[in-house]
Design a protein around this ligand. Structure first.
Ligand code: SAH
Length: 343
């Protein structure tokens, strides 16, 4: 029988297993702390447990791991990009970033993606599978271990669509924020979605404190459906209603990501349309110069991005241009994994 992935088990579930093994319940908390606070990689390192119990745990459970396959450090800033290999041979990417207020990591949530956004490198080779809660956590644990840095915040903006892996993402949140585990406040987590409306509403109802970031990229259904197929199921109006609902329920201001693509979504009319759509919302717009990928001719010009920003500011919208980190190390979503697959 395959051993169970112990890092994916919430404390309450681990307690059940430990009781079934005939051990006292408090052992589960000890084990949980070894796994998520001390982050041991082997049951043999759990020295507060008897050798016999360590052996029994090793028969029933496994401690999942990620292997570093490639690591690229930027010469321009302190960005480090990791290509991790999962136990089944698949790859994901994680990026460690240096901000004024501390270290942040950008994690992947799926192997590949099935959302099909036209400008995104993560989706081109298609979807392979969801990441397990342990694989989400391990991107944090391994990056922290390798870099020796304490990581203060997480953005879920790597490969994959987090709301398309909703159950595992919720289990990850529960594990991450458990005070007996890593203990990160979910206020330090931002989840980025292409706009899967029912799950945005569900997330709002859970009141987790997570910051919601929505990849909008166009205020207009025709254009948005062309570059983001998800819009055919959840059009702009429904998406923005769900964002209003998120703010009402959580009091958290929503961020809109907008990749400015020359000749596609960057006209003055687009800015006006966008401002009209957002004027009644507590939100922030983050403009991203689109990162060119080999398969498409999309590109962005600095002066167009600045012009677009200026129009939005004049229309009363809270807007910034995203700082480009790690531009010398292919830090854009999905590029490193694709490289590895091609090789
Ligand atoms: N699936 C989620 C999170 C992953 S993508 C989402 O769609 O939000 C993270 C962000 O990078 C999204 O805003 C996405 O639209 C953007 N992105 C993807 N490819 C890009 C590119 N080539 N240039 C600029 N931004 C890109």
């Amino acid at each position: 029988m395959a051993r169970m992935d112990i890092l994916s088990l919430p404390l309450a579930v681990l307690e059940q297993h430990i009781l079934e093994m005939g051990e006292p319940k408090y052992r589960a908390k000890q084990i949980f702390s070894w796994l998520h606070q001390k982050q041991v990689t082997d049951f043999g390192q759990m020295t507060t447990l008897s050798i016999q119990l360590r052996k029994r745990l090793d028969e029933k459970f496994c401690i999942n791991r990620l292997n570093i396959v490639r690591k690229l450090a930027s010469n321009r800033d302190n960005t480090v990009k990791y290509l991790y290999e999962l136990q089944d041979g698949n790859f994901v990417e994680t990026v460690l970033m240096d901000y004024l207020h501390g270290k942040s990591i950008c994690i992947s949530t799926q192997v590949g993606c099935r959302m099909g956004c036209r400008f995104c490198a993560s989706t081109i080779a298609g979807y392979v599978r969801n990441l397990e809660p342990s694989e989400l956590l391990l991107q944090l644990y391994e990056t922290q271990r390798d870099s020796g840095c304490r990581i203060d915040s997480i953005v879920m903006m790597g490969i994959g669509e987090p709301l398309d892996n909703f159950d595992n993402v919720l289990r990850f949140f529960r594990l991450l924020s458990d005070p007996c585990g890593f203990g990160m406040s979910l206020r330090h987590v931002a989840l980025s979605t292409c706009g899967i409306v029912p799950q945005i509403r569900e997330l709002a109802d859970l009141h987790l404190g997570v910051t919601l970031s929505v990849s909008l990229h166009s205020p207009e259904n025709k254009c948005r459906s062309e570059i983001m197929p998800v819009n055919r199921s959840y059009p702009v109006e429904d998406l923005l209603d769900a964002c209003r609902y998120y703010f009402e329920k959580t009091g958290r201001r929503v961020t809109f990501e907008y990749a400015v693509i020359e000749g596609v979504n960057d006209t003055h009319a687009d800015a006006v349309n966008l401002a009209q759509r957002l004027c009644d919302m507590h939100c922030h717009v983050n403009l991203i110069p689109v990162n060119p990928i080999a398969e498409r001719s999309y590109h962005s010009m600095r002066k167009s991005v600045e012009r677009f920003q200026k129009s939005l500011v004049q229309l009363g919208i809270n807007v910034t241009i995203r700082r480009t980190l790690g531009s010398d190390i292919e830090a854009a979503c999905g590029q490193l994994r694709r490289d590895a697959l091609q090789k």
